[in-house]
Design a protein around this ligand. Sequence first.
Ligand SMILES: Nc1ncnc2c1ncn2[C@@H]1O[C@H](COP(=O)(O)OP(=O)(O)OP(=O)(O)O)[C@@H](O)[C@H]1O
Ligand SMILES: [Mg+2]
Length: 247
Amino acid sequence: MPSVTSLMARRTILDVRNVKASYGPFRALFGVSFSVPAGSTVALLGPNGAGKSTVARVVSGLVRAISGSVTFDGVETTHLPAWKIARMGMAHAPEGRAVFGSLTVAENLELAFRRSGASEPYRTLMSRAYSAFPRLGERTGQLAETLSGGEQRMLALARVLAVPPKLLVVDEISLGLAPVIIDEVFDALRTIREAGTTLLLVEQQVSRAIEVADRAILLSKGEVVIDGPVSELGDAAGSLLPELPGG
Ligand SMILES: Nc1ncnc2c1ncn2[C@@H]1O[C@H](COP(=O)(O)OP(=O)(O)OP(=O)(O)O)[C@@H](O)[C@H]1O
Ligand SMILES: [Mg+2]
């Protein structure tokens, strides 16, 4: 008999089937299929323009698939608006710095936590955020616009901690950050994962992503070319991975 945990580990939290997507006349995805087991960390890798961010956007409802389907936590979400998908427990940490510059660190978190409808006391949520991101805890009164790029990205990530999402889609969280900051961000991702969140990591930093991920999906020109356990990436990926920036 498999244990309860091994059964849980095998449950699929996200299933993407034959998804095609376009931007106007430009076709970005040509029938992408993969699934993400609950509790796992999946790295979505590939060169610039491969379609990684498009996959992330389709999954979270920000871009509509032309055909194919997306199923999240057992519910087909292909045609649901992004906010409904978010309500179901999916968070999308987008590229860039999605924070309110004229508010302090603490105010940004307070706003996010109040909006999240979390049941836990506000103080508990704040201390969880500051223990995941000590650097933010040292800057609670600082205006977000004066934070460094990396600190702003940490703040954006800390805001999803109020209600740990079932699935967190993270797009290029390490882009343009110094290695020491990337370490902190990845430590925080591990903390989020330990709280039970499944992670779909879009990354150019192949080595970092592979360090935390159980599975890797390699996209090229809008198609999945490799999908398997990180431990089996090996030779098949060898010919493609060196081409990737940061790989
Ligand atoms: N809003 C858009 N309008 C038109 N074309 C777009 C748009 N967004 C993306 N594309 C195109 O779709 C393709 C896939 O883009 P996408 O952003 O998904 O790639 P990516 O793998 O995330 O690349 P990167 O590693 O550079 O972030 C690219 O050729 C890109 O130019
Ligand atoms: Mg991208």
